[in-house]
Design a protein around this ligand. Structure first.
Ligand code: SF4
Length: 238
């Protein structure tokens, strides 16, 4: 995933476009070979549905629309807001699922997903991811799986058709995620230009620091279906 905090809109946009090009051109056959070789099988440990293991569940707009229908209260602005204008208002590229006080997803119950048939796309493709990352030696290459050796079992026999389906769904997710991010950058860029605004990192850091101390609230604009939805967050909620 592209982390854009502390970057300009232009560099974030360029990086996301480059990442999209890389994901799209990554050969399906190479990806399918790795999926087959890993032979990952879920063992229903449910660790991937916790904050401790996966930090947060980012939602594509299509996922957020489904969750809004199931329970709008289960949504929150995704953490790590990308930008903050000079007036201390934050902008973020999408929604995430809320977690319970123990850090597990709001939809996790007795190690099972309560909305399994309607679970978000990231939950369907996890742990298969396709993004560039450095290995232990610092060499940057594409990485295809998340949480390797920390959950599930490996070296199961997977049918070729199963591997191909995993590749298709994973690439579709990664592309949709990056396109949402690119649209978000463009929307922030247009909004800032039109209203004489800019990203101010110092204001970002100061506002977050005060918010974390408690007793304040922040304004967060979440990018959703081509527009910004405003949320007021009170200390302790984010
Ligand atoms: S929506 Fe379901 S599969 Fe996804 S994190 Fe929550 S409990 Fe797990």
């Amino acid at each position: 995933m592209v982390s854009v905090k502390n970057k300009s809109i232009e560099s974030g946009l360029a990086e996301a476009n480059e990442e999209l090009e890389g994901v799209s051109s990554y050969p399906d056959s190479d990806f399918a070979c790795i999926v087959k070789e890993l032979g990952f099988k879920c063992e229903l440990c449910a660790r991937c549905c916790t904050k401790e293991f996966n930090d947060h569940i980012f939602l594509l707009d299509s996922d957020a629309a489904v969750i809004k229908e199931i329970d709008p209260e289960a949504l929150e602005p995704a953490p790590y807001y990308e930008f903050c204008d000079q007036k201390g208002r934050f902008y973020v590229s999408g929604y995430a699922l809320k977690t319970k006080p123990d850090g597990s997803c709001v939809f996790l119950e007795n190690k099972r997903c309560k909305i399994y048939e309607k679970r978000p796309t990231i939950c369907r493709v996890y742990p298969y991811m396709l993004h560039r990352e450095a290995d232990e030696s610092g060499k940057v290459d594409w990485r295809q799986i998340s949480g390797l050796n920390e959950h599930g079992s490996y070296h199961s026999e997977l049918e070729d058709s199963e591997c191909e389906e995993i590749v298709r769904e994973t690439k579709a997710y990664e592309e949709a995620y990056l396109m949402q991010l690119i649209d978000f950058f463009k929307a922030v860029q247009a909004h800032f230009e039109k209203n004489g605004m800019r990203h101010v990192q110092r204001t970002y850091d100061k506002t977050i620091r005060e918010f974390l101390k408690g007793g304040t609230e922040i304004e967060v604009f979440v990018y959703y279906e081509g527009r910004f939805e405003k949320h007021m967050l009170h200390s302790g909620e984010a």
